[in-house]
Design a binder for this molecule. Structure first.
Ligand SMILES: *Cc1c(COP(=O)(O)O)cnc(C)c1O
Length: 446
């Protein structure tokens, strides 16, 4: 902390300038710097450049512990599967494997990445509504043993491949329970028109079950549903559980009950999700009761959290470049945007932010934070309060750990930022920043 003694004699018309000066001094004096995992944001930016995805590894690990400690029951085994589409990197999969979680992959790419990690093969669950033959082939070749099947056409391909490889595969059926959850509300859809899954009562479901009956290689493992994301109201989940448990009651043998992911997290003060540990205990209790009431036994209860494991642990650091004052708005331009965080442009997602090198400076400016992409919609934050900024200041957006890096893209050929895990004062790169040469890797130059 630096202290300045200021002695000036000011005339009335110098007053404005003087106050401005004081303001700046205050900004300099009060320049608390954000730390992530024990490392100053300014050091991270110097070492790894911006934009930069930074994860507080201890926070990820604390969340993993919360899941493991609270999602358990005396009545049945439980399994937690990390939905890797939220954020996937080999080191992330390794971390998840260390805590005994399995993983949900939805493409050949996510599967391939997982195969490079230490995740045991039996921990891999393959999801997706349109897995190609090539992707399913990779699953068989690499001894994946769980596929969540989305439709009868897919099951026919799996059937073929199982004969070709003479290899066993556990099959879960994705059911459309006609419930869509979103934050505070949920809708019971009257007609079922989602691209995912099928109704248990449907012809398609009967065909799948018929194909699985006495199959030499395919084992019917259980039922799955995923009702949405950023769920704050557990009653939607309860309604889905009731539906799945009724479906399970029609089978003689005990099966797996997989209730998907979707735990909500807090992006801004508008979001008030139920505490995670509490949600987990409530879900367990609800399933225990539902099973008792309907007299159903299961072999395991599964959940597939993605966002809730990584969302809050991740932040993005940007460097502030130019500013623009329009009649209505003050823009701060940052060196990234919809290429590293698509969610605000895609569905008006909200984020909180700070100037990471001026945490204590008074937030006197009403600002729009805009990216550098050639789209008017490339706005990261529509309106927020920030201190006056200078070129070179660091801007942090919080809670960008889920669906940030995984939705990153090369629009305008912006380089995809590095991903850094910070733990106990040590930062390590888990994905390096793209280089200009990387951009040309797939091009035929002559
Ligand atoms: C996206 C998805 C998840 C994870 O959802 P989150 O909201 O990130 O927890 C889990 N299961 C399935 C099938 C999904 O599509």
């Amino acid at each position: 902390m630096a202290y300045f003694l200021v002695c000036v004699d000011v005339s009335a018309d110098e007053r404005g300038v003087f106050l401005l000066l004081l303001n700046n001094l205050e900004a300099i004096i009060m320049s608390a710097i954000l730390e992530i995992g024990g490392v100053k944001a300014t050091e991270l930016a110097n070492q790894f450049k911006t934009p930069l995805y930074v994860y507080d590894q201890n926070q990820i690990e604390d969340t993993l512990t919360t899941f493991v400690e609270n999602f358990k029951s005396e009545a049945f085994p439980t399994k937690i599967i990390y939905a890797s589409k939220a954020f996937q990197a080999v080191q992330m999969v390794n971390l998840v494997a260390d805590y005994g979680l399995g993983i949900d992959v939805v493409s050949g790419g996510e599967l391939f990445t997982t195969l490079k990690s230490k995740m045991p093969r039996e921990g891999i669950y393959f999801h997706g509504n349109n897995k190609s033959r090539e992707e399913l082939d990779l699953a068989f070749k690499s001894w994946v043993s769980h596929i969540i099947c989305d439709n009868i056409m897919e099951l026919n391909v799996i059937d073929e491949l199982s004969h070709q490889y003479q290899q066993k595969m556990n099959i879960m059926l994705r059911l459309n329970v006609g419930i869509e959850a979103h934050t505070h509300e949920y809708i019971i859809t009257s007609h079922i028109d989602s691209k995912f899954g099928f109704a248990f009562e449907s012809e398609e479901c009967s065909q799948c079950l018929a194909l699985l009956t006495d199959h030499p290689y395919l084992t019917f493992e259980g039922v799955h549903c995923h009702i949405g994301s950023q769920i704050f109201d557990l009653t939607a989940w309860y309604a889905a559980i009731d539906k799945l448990v009724s479906a399970l009651k029609t089978f003689e043998q005990p099966l797996v009950l997989n209730i998907g992911g979707g735990f909500g997290i807090k992006y801004t003060d508008d979001d008030q999700p139920i505490e995670l540990a509490e949600s987990l205990r409530l879900l367990i209790r609800y399933v225990e009761t539902a099973l008792l009431e309907q007299d159903v036994t299961i072999t395991a209860l599964m959940i597939e959290p993605g966002r809730s494991i990584v969302g809050g642990a991740g932040s993005t650091l940007y460097t502030v470049g130019y500013q623009k004052q329009t009649p209505e708005k003050l823009y701060y331009f940052v060196d990234g945007g919809m290429s590293d965080n698509l969610r605000p442009s895609l569905y008006q997602a909200k984020y909180a932010c700070d100037l990471a090198n001026k945490l204590d400076a008074p937030k006197t400016e009403k600002v729009t934070v805009a990216g550098k992409c050639c789209e008017s919609g490339d706005i990261l934050i529509t309106e927020c309060l920030l201190p006056p900024a200078e070129e070179g200041d660091l801007l942090v957006t919080y809670t960008t750990g889920a669906y940030g890096h995984s939705m990153s893209n090369q629009y305008n050929k912006n380089l995809i930022p590095a991903v850094v895990f910070v733990k106990d004062g040590v930062a390590r790169e888990v994905i390096r920043r793209q280089t200009l040469e990387d951009l040309l890797r797939y091009e035929m130059l002559d």
